[in-house]
Design a protein around this ligand. Structure first.
Ligand SMILES: C[S@@+](CC[C@H](N)C(=O)[O-])C[C@H]1O[C@@H](n2cnc3c(N)ncnc32)[C@H](O)[C@@H]1O
Length: 268
């Protein structure tokens, strides 16, 4: 089914190519769509991104600009019907991987197979999640995000709600890839931070937090767990369940917790 959406989206992009270079239109559409989604949630970045958005749309005629939301609508429908790497498929169908000097994304069926092998029945992942209730995944060269989407879907199929049980940190050196991954993770409500930068030199230029990351307060959750880890380290010799003082963070309500004899933490 996703192939019919790929054809629809390709046709919409083709409509724009008479007046504009296709590679540029694709990159600009990705930037505008990513900014539209980000600006609904990531408020500290809003003003800066809004002016970048206005700078991009100023370069287009009204007829082409009318196509932009139609493309986003088709992407939403495709992902609603079946989560997949729809933008990666469109990128290849438009032959932009050649323009980008051979930026190939892994076919989604391969990503699905790899994710299923890693997640299995879900029992192993459940063991890893014990304690914190979530796992963190890293994608150091995310492209359009196919590996992450497949991982999220494999978790869902194994009975784990990835909206709550998964947090992703993804990196790509290419701005357009960052935008593609961001659009798809945002629409699929995957909690993630996508860094634009170089994984090898650890130099980063920008940071994109998905609405799921912002709305579910993952920054606060990480701060809370950092504090708990520090307390746990100090209490490493406990031999019976102990109640510890509440942990307060700026953004989360007070959390009460105990450290079990096993060293496991229980939140209330
Ligand atoms: C072959 S694609 C794979 C993308 C994705 N992992 C997949 O399987 O579909 C490789 C990606 O790595 C990115 N990349 C290359 N060198 C990088 C670096 N030093 N740091 C971060 N990303 C890099 C490219 O921009 C490209 O999007």
């Amino acid at each position: 089914m996703s192939s019919s959406y790929v054809a629809t989206i390709v046709k919409l992009f083709e409509k724009c190519r008479y007046k504009h270079d296709l590679y540029t239109v694709f990159s600009d559409w990705c930037q505008c769509a990513a900014i539209s989604l980000s600006n609904a949630a990531d408020l500290p970045k809003r003003d800066e991104r809004e002016s970048q958005y206005l700078e991009v749309v100023r370069r287009y005629d009204p007829a082409t600009l009318k196509v932009f939301p139609e493309i986003l609508g088709a992407v939403v429908k495709a992902l609603e019907e079946k989560p997949t790497d729809i933008l990666g498929q469109v990128f290849h169908a438009l032959e932009l991987h050649n323009t980008a000097r051979g930026q190939f994304f892994t076919p989604y069926s391969i990503c699905e197979m790899m994710a299923k092998i890693n997640i299995g029945s879900g029992d192993d992942i459940a063991a890893v999640m014990k304690g914190r209730g979530y796992i963190r995944a890293q994608e150091p060269a995310c492209g359009s995000g196919a590996m992450v989407i497949a991982l999220a879907e494999a978790m869902k199929d194994a009975g784990h709600n990835y909206h709550q049980c998964l947090h992703v940190t993804a990196i790509d050196i290419d701005r357009r890839a960052v935008h593609m991954a961001y659009i798809q993770f945002a629409l699929l409500h995957i909690p993630a931070v996508i860094l634009e930068g170089n994984t090898l030199s650890l130099e980063f230029r920008d940071e994109w937090k998905t609405p799921a990351h912002v709305l579910d307060q993952w920054d606060a959750k990480f701060r809370l767990w950092d504090q708990i880890d520090r307390v746990k380290e100090r209490c490493s010799s406990v031999s019976a369940p102990v109640s510890l003082p509440s942990v307060k963070t700026n953004d989360l309500p007070t959390q009460d917790y105990t450290i079990e004899k096993t060293g496991q933490i229980r939140l209330f």
